[in-house]
Design a protein around this ligand. Structure first.
Ligand code: AMP
Ligand code: MG
Length: 276
């Protein structure tokens, strides 16, 4: 299945998240089949990342947004598994510091955007500035409502300097979120993640849905498409994200640069002479 076609938010189209089933798994027959397919995509991803690193002319930026417990951390670990760390960067966006708040909202973003040759992943992003900021009135509407246009311009700027951008909204249900919170309560390895704010935020679920829908509608473009990934099943989410990232890199037709030295001469000078 072409996951890009299936899950892309077509530029200019309307998005109704309640019409998209978070537990969708298509024709994939359970976790085992998904994991077998995912392993192949991760292999492609590793090869393509090496080529991107060698080419050193373009970059890939992966943006992840999701409700709490939506699977952002797990997706970062998964997509990066096996990648060359020298050509990868990940950045988690938290509440802005005083210094960051004293600048425009893209100031802290631009400097951590991936350099040529790199794959960068954002765990949350500048989209928080039209999500949590909008839902909780952290700045006046007059300020956040102008940001969609700023975001589109920013992404255009990155694209023009060689950065491909793919953006994923990990779509989970309110029920699945509560199940995951409960797992955190019982799993000692996950308890550190629990925050009461995660529970109280559930009261704002509908406001977040509207804010997400607006961001998806206004900021899905050819150069920086949004994908809505059904994410109640982690194995399906991992498969869909790995496939879409690998297909995107594939489409970039990355070229390993030709050697910068004369190979025959190198062989003659340093190998044949040494063996003679
Ligand atoms: P976590 O991802 O659980 O580590 O939490 C990070 C927190 O930072 C979340 O509650 C986000 O809503 C918050 N956050 C991220 N970006 C912003 C922003 N631009 N303005 C306000 N809060 C933000
Ligand atoms: Mg959290």
């Amino acid at each position: 299945m072409d996951f890009r076609k299936k899950f892309v938010v077509e530029p200019g189209s309307k998005v109704r998240l309640d019409g998209i089933d978070p537990s969708y798994t298509g024709k994939i027959d359970g976790a085992d089949e998904a994991e077998a397919q995912t392993a192949q995509d991760l292999e492609r991803l590793r090869d393509l990342q090496q080529k991107l690193y060698a080419e050193h002319a373009r970059a890939l930026l992966v943006v992840l947004q999701a409700p709490d417990a939506g699977g952002k951390d797990g997706t970062v670990r998964h997509v990066f598994s096996g990648m060359n760390p020298l050509g990868a960067s990940a950045h988690a966006f938290k509440e802005p510091t005083a210094e960051e708040k004293a600048h425009d909202f893209l100031w802290r973003v631009h400097k951590v955007a991936p350099a040529h040759g790199h794959v960068g992943i954002f765990n949350r992003s500048y989209y928080e500035d039209v999500l949590v900021v909008r839902v909780h009135d952290l700045v006046p509407k007059e300020v956040w409502s102008k940001r969609y246009e700023r975001i589109n311009e920013f992404e255009k700027n990155l694209a023009q300097s060689g950065t491909r951008i793919v953006k994923f909204f990990l779509h989970i249900s309110l029920e699945e979120q509560l199940r995951r919170f409960e797992q955190r309560l019982t799993d000692p390895k996950k308890q550190w993640k629990i925050s009461e704010a995660d529970y109280t935020e559930r009261a704002c679920w509908d406001d977040y849905v509207h804010a997400y829908e607006d961001a998806l509608e206004r900021c899905s473009t050819e150069r920086a498409p949004w994908y809505v990934i059904p994410a109640d099943h982690k194995w399906f989410r991992n498969l869909a994200v790995a496939r879409i990232v690998a297909d995107t890199l594939d489409e970039m037709d990355i070229q390993i640069p030709p050697p910068s030295v004369n190979l025959g001469e190198m062989r003659r000078k340093y190998h044949e002479a040494a063996g003679a």
